[in-house]
Design a protein around this ligand. Structure first.
Ligand code: ADP
Ligand code: G6P
Length: 484
C-alpha cells in the first residue's frame, strides 16, 4: 500500500518545547530513544506521536495552536497531558516504579495504585491519539516502558493493525518481575504487539520466562501463541547514526581555525609528550549510570597509582534528567559532594582532577568532548544499551582512543573489543583505567577498527529496517496461519 505510513509512538517527542514570555523555545530531546529514532523518523515516511514537554496548564488556545503547528512541521503530533498526568504517570509510575524495577533498583521502587491508574489512563490517551491518525495499512511502532499498555489498547480497537513494540531498557529477570503487582496487565498490554523487540538476547529470555510463568502461555522458541495469534519476540541491538558522528568528527578535526572555547580549554590539558590525558564520561544524571561509583573508583585509582596525579583529568558531563524525582535529587547532591571532596583532596594550583558539567551541551560541544578524550569511561551499574559508548567510537576518525565499558550495559554484548569491567569492583576499575592509559597505540587502533566496522555496518537505519521487516514477516506468518 503506497501511501501507508509508520506511526512512531513514544512518551517524549524528539523535540522539547518550553515557553518563555509567551514565546516557544524548542530544543532537542536527550536520551537514547529520541536521539536514535530521530534519524529514522527524519528519513522515513511517517509521523511521531508523543509529549512535547509542556502541560495543558502552560497553554492558552493561541499557544496551543502555535505548538501544534510547530510540532507538525517536524512531522509530529502532540499528546496533551495535564500536570497531574505528569505527576502520576510520568514522574510517578513510569519513573518511580517501572524505571527502578526494570533496572534492578528494588529499594527505589514504589507500588502506588493511584499512579498505576494514572498510567492506564494516560496510556489510553496515547492510544487514542494514535487511533486518530491511523488509516488501514499503517504500521504502529510503540516505544519504551512508559507505554507498555498501548499495543493492546490499539489492537482492541483495530485488530488488523500491524503493531511493533520495542523496549529501550532492560527487561528484568522473572525473580524481579514477579514482585510487580500489575505484572499480568503489563505483559498482556505488550502482547497487543505482533513483534516485541529488546536490545539483547538476555532481556528477551527474561521476558519469555515471565510470559511462561506468569501468563502460562505456550512459548515455542521465540514465538508466543496468544488469542489465536503468533507473536514474535526477538533482540535488535540498537545502533547509532554512525555517519553523522563520523562526519562531524572529521569536520571538527579539519577546522583548525575555528576552535570553540571548550575545545581551547580541553587542549590546555592534553599533552601526549608529557603523558597528560583526558578521560571522558557522558550520561544523563541517573542512578543507573553509576556516577557515584565511578567517582569513588576514580579516587581509589588516584590513591592506588599516584603517578597519575596531575596527568589525568576526568571530564564528566551529567545532563539534568527527571530532576523532580526524589532519588534524582539525592543523586545530584551526592555527586556534587563527591566531586567537591575529590577535587578538594587532590587539586593543586595547576590541576583539577575532575571537570564536572551539570547541564545539557550543544551537539558541537559533544563532538569536542568525544574527539578530545583519550579514554571514554562508560560505567553504568545497569543500562539497556548505552549509545554514548557507540558515539565515542564513531568519532575516533584516527582510530585511536580506548573505551572502558561496564559489563552491565547492553552495548557490552556487541563491543567485546572495549575493555569491559564490573563497575562495582574498584580494583577492576583502577587496573583497567591504568591499562587504558598505557595501551600502545597499535593495540588501540586494532580494537577501535573492529568496533567501528561493526557499528558502521549495523547503524540505526539498519536496526530500524530489520525491526520493521521482521514485523512485516510476522504479519505474513499470522496471515498464513489464519488462512490454513
Ligand atoms: P539514555 O538513553 O539512558 O539517556 P544513552 O547513552 O543510550 O542513555 O543515550 C544518551 C543519548 O543522549 C546519546 O545519544 C547522547 O548523545 C545524548 N546526549 C547526551 N548528552 C546530550 C546533550 N547534552 N544534548 C543532546 N544530547 C545529549
Ligand atoms: C531513556 C529512556 C527514554 C527516555 C530517556 C530520557 O533513554 O529509555 O524513554 O526518553 O531516557 O528520559 P526522559 O524521562 O527525560 O524522557
Amino acid at each position: 500500500m503506497s501511501n501507508s505510513k509508520t506511526i512512531i509512538v513514544s512518551n517524549r517527542l524528539p523535540l522539547q518545547i518550553s515557553i518563555e514570555d509567551d514565546k516557544l523555545e524548542v530544543s532537542a530531546s536527550v536520551g537514547g530513544l529520541a536521539t536514535g529514532m530521530k534519524s529514522v523518523h527524519t528519513e522515513g515516511n511517517g509521523i511521531w506521536v508523543g509529549w512535547t514537554g509542556i502541560t495543558d496548564e502552560d497553554l492558552n488556545p493561541k499557544l496551543r495552536d502555535t505548538v501544534n503547528k510547530r510540532v507538525k512541521q517536524e512531522k509530529c503530533v502532540a499528546v496533551n497531558l495535564t500536570e497531574q498526568d505528569i505527576e502520576d504517570y510520568y514522574l510517578g509510575f513510569s519513573n518511580k516504579t517501572l524505571w527502578p524495577l526494570f533496572h534492578y533498583f528494588m529499594e527505589y521502587t514504589a507500588f502506588e495504585t493511584k499512579e498505576w491508574n494514572a498510567y492506564v489512563e494516560v496510556n489510553q490517551k496515547f492510544a487514542n491519539a494514535v487511533l486518530e491518525q491511523l488509516n488501514d495499512g499503517d504500521t504502529v511502532w510503540v516505544h519504551d516502558y512508559q507505554l507498555l499498555l498501548v499495543p493492546e489498547m490499539i489492537k482492541a480497537k483495530k485488530p488488523y493493525t500491524t503493531i511493533g513494540f520495542f523496549l529501550h531498557i532492560p527487561f528484568p529477570s522473572y525473580e524481579i518481575f514477579r514482585t510487580f503487582p500489575w505484572r499480568s496487565e503489563v505483559l498482556e498490554g505488550m502482547l497487543g504487539a505482533d513483534l516485541i523487540g529488546f536490545h539483547t538476547y538476555d532481556y528477551e529470555r527474561h521476558f519469555l520466562s515471565s510470559i511462561k510463568r506468569i501468563l502460562r502461555l505456550e512459548v515455542n522458541f521465540n514465538e508466543i501463541s496468544y488469542h489465536n495469534r503468533i507473536i514474535k519476540v526477538d533482540s535488535f541491538p540498537m545502533g547509532i547514526d554512525y555517519q553523522k558522528f563520523w562526519n562531524a568528527a572529521l569536520k571538527h578535526n579539519s577546522d583548525h581555525e575555528e576552535k570553540s572555547d571548550l575545545q581551547r580549554r580541553l587542549d590546555e590539558h592534553i599533552d601526549p609528550e608529557h603523558n597528560k590525558k583526558l578521560i571522558l564520561s557522558i550520561d544523563r544524571m541517573d542512578y543507573t549510570k553509576g556516577i557515584p561509583n565511578r567517582l569513588r573508583a576514580f579516587e581509589y585509582f588516584l590513591n592506588a597509582y599516584p603517578q597519575y596525579k596531575e596527568h589525568v583529568r576526568l571530564v564528566m558531563l551529567a545532563v539534568p534528567s527527571r530532576s523532580n524525582v526524589p532519588q534524582y535529587i539525592k543523586l545530584k547532591r551526592e555527586t556534587d559532594e563527591l566531586v567537591g571532596r575529590i577535587n578538594g583532596q587532590f587539586a593543586t594550583v595547576s590541576w583539577t582532577p575532575i571537570w564536572y558539567f551539570y547541564r545539557s551541551l550543544p551537539f558541537s560541544d559533544l563532538i569536542d568532548l568525544y574527539t578530545s578524550a583519550d579514554v571514554a569511561l562508560i560505567t553504568p551499574v545497569r543500562d539497556g544499551m548505552n549509545l554514548v559508548a557507540k558515539e565515542y567510537v564513531a568519532t575516533r576518525t584516527n582510530t585511536d582512543g580506548v573505551l572502558i565499558l561496564s559489563e552491565m550495559a547492553g552495548a557490552a554484548k556487541e563491543m567485546n573489543e572495549a575493555l569491559l569491567i564490573n563497575p562495582n569492583s574498584y580494583d577492576d576499575f583502577a587496573n583497567t583505567l591504568k591499562r587504558a592509559l598505557e595501551m600502545p597505540e597499535a593495540e588501540q587502533k586494532t580494537r577501535m577498527k573492529f568496533l567501528q566496522k561493526r557499528l558502521k555496518r549495523y547503524d540505526v537505519e539498519k536496526w530500524a529496517k530489520e525491526f520493521l521487516s521482521a514485523l512485516r514477516a510476522t504479519r505474513e506468518l499470522q496471515e498464513v496461519i489464519v488462512a490454513k
